[in-house]
Design a protein around this ligand. Sequence first.
Ligand SMILES: Nc1ncnc2c1ncn2[C@@H]1O[C@H](COP(=O)(O)OP(=O)(O)O)[C@@H](O)[C@H]1O
Ligand SMILES: [Mg+2]
Length: 314
Amino acid sequence: MVAKSGQEQEESLRRWVADQGEIAPPSSPAHPPTQTRVMAVTSGKGGVGKSNVTLNLGLALAIKGQRVLLLDADLGLANINILLGMEPQETLADVLEGQKELGEILWKGPRGIRVIPGASGISRLAAALPEEITSIIEGFRALDGESDWLLIDTGAGIAPNVMSFVLAADEVLVVTSPEPTALADAYGLIKAIWESAETPTIRLLVNRAQSLDRSERMGRRLIDLASKMLHVEVEWAGLIQDDDHVPMAISKQMPFVLAYPSTIASRDVQALADRLIERGAVMSRTKGTVGRFIERLRSVVSPLPETDGVDPRF
Ligand SMILES: Nc1ncnc2c1ncn2[C@@H]1O[C@H](COP(=O)(O)OP(=O)(O)O)[C@@H](O)[C@H]1O
Ligand SMILES: [Mg+2]
């Protein structure tokens, strides 16, 4: 089955948005049209905290007054819904099957964020073709100007359906833990991004930091290596500390920035949100739009170059 066309999705999404009565149409003076910052949150190695970072960063941005749309694009192991304690009836899988339109599966999350839920354990989704991903993404065109951020939580690694989202974003937040294996995989991912035609702004975030000095040193060494070996400039995004309140919040199915707003991981995420808002202001001339996101997503549909082994000894 084929997903609905971009135009059909756009119309349905606009209708849905209008029905909610929450988001003003693009021409409204209350919410003047804005450029949407499209940022993929990704990693080389799995389990380093992408989904928690994406969700809690999205909430931290929303608390600061930003309009946030969150796409759960981990097409194999979607779990933003679990972190939020929500059970979506319809997911991206239904859009892929042509059963639903994008506008019909949007969820209103806490603090005004909106979530496009993914689905877990459906091999059909994990094997989605880049063309199908592109078709889904067409629906985002309708939201351009109505969200300040489109945050995309991706799967780990450099498989084509992950890279389709990563390469189409304007900004990429590469998440790693301070472990050598995760850092080596982060380097491999940065190399794979670098091998693509158009390199987005890449930032490195070290999550689960225990020793702050050591974690920052490790992260900065990776950035130096990328600069020397690949001539790609990766920005240092900072650290999020390892914090027992994170798994505690997960077991309550509550985002930690809401469950424990003053815990150390929440403070780190709030600081990250501040830095991203600040840096965006500096880069606003080159800031992309959802339209550009879709264009680039189309342009990466062709197969990706093979990447060779990663030398973890940096
Ligand atoms: N800052 C942190 N402090 C403590 N534990 C963390 C932190 N970030 C993530 N975790 C742990 O790592 C696990 C994996 O996080 P998750 O966001 O699901 O990773 P990913 O999306 O990269 O697979 C979580 O279940 C949580 O227990
Ligand atoms: Mg995840």
